[in-house]
Design a protein around this ligand. Structure first.
Ligand code: SAM
Length: 165
């Protein structure tokens, strides 16, 4: 069952420091069919419903060129998340895992990311499939899918590799 804001038996919360302004700008708002966290998918699907990302001025001209990409990365602020959990119990089964080993929306900086399929752009509205956020979720950023960009140089001896001990 998807959580609202309860704390579960195996979970640990911490006292948050006083809120500070990280300087993030909400550059738009995302409109989806979902108004409850209970019904929102855990991860978006490419065959999911079309969602509308409404970009605010003065950022609409920043969309120029985005139309050439089939897949875009959407970053959003999961604004209804609790931010104080260090250990979480996704299955509520008395076991817990660290927040940074999960894609749970509950995290100190509740940034969500999704690779979405671009359906179209009309003025300042970007239509995509593949989102998993509530209607009204604030938009942080849009970028072309990172897998379309090749690294500048191949890994060098001594670079960190996933799987290294
Ligand atoms: N795809 C993103 C990621 O991996 O970073 C988010 C994944 S998170 C598991 C998706 C869940 O977050 C949804 O099922 C819903 O329960 C919750 N959620 C969606 N929008 C939210 C919002 N605006 N505030 C808080 N929780 C939200």
């Amino acid at each position: 069952m998807v959580r609202e804001n309860e704390i579960r038996e195996a979970e640990t919360a911490v006292t948050l420091p006083p809120p500070t302004d990280a300087g993030l700008l909400f550059i738009g708002r995302i409109h989806t069919p979902w108004t409850s966290r209970m019904e929102t998918p855990r991860q978006g699907r490419v065959d999911g419903p079309i969602c509308r990302i409404v970009v605010f001025e003065p950022w609409v001209s920043a969309l120029a060129g985005l139309e050439q990409y089939e897949r875009i990365e959407v970053l959003y602020w999961l604004h209804l998340s609790r931010r104080d959990l260090v250990l979480q119990s996704p299955a509520n089964d008395r076991t817990s895992r660290g927040t940074f080993s999960l894609r749970s929306p509950a995290r100190p900086n509740p940034i969500g990311t999704a690779i979405a399929r671009l359906v179209g752009i009309e003025g300042g509205t970007v239509m995509v499939r593949g989102l998993d956020c509530l209607d009204g979720t604030p938009l942080l950023d849009l970028k072309p899918d990172r897998t379309l960009f090749t690294p500048l140089a191949p890994p060098q001896r001594g670079d960190f590799q996933i799987g290294d001990p």
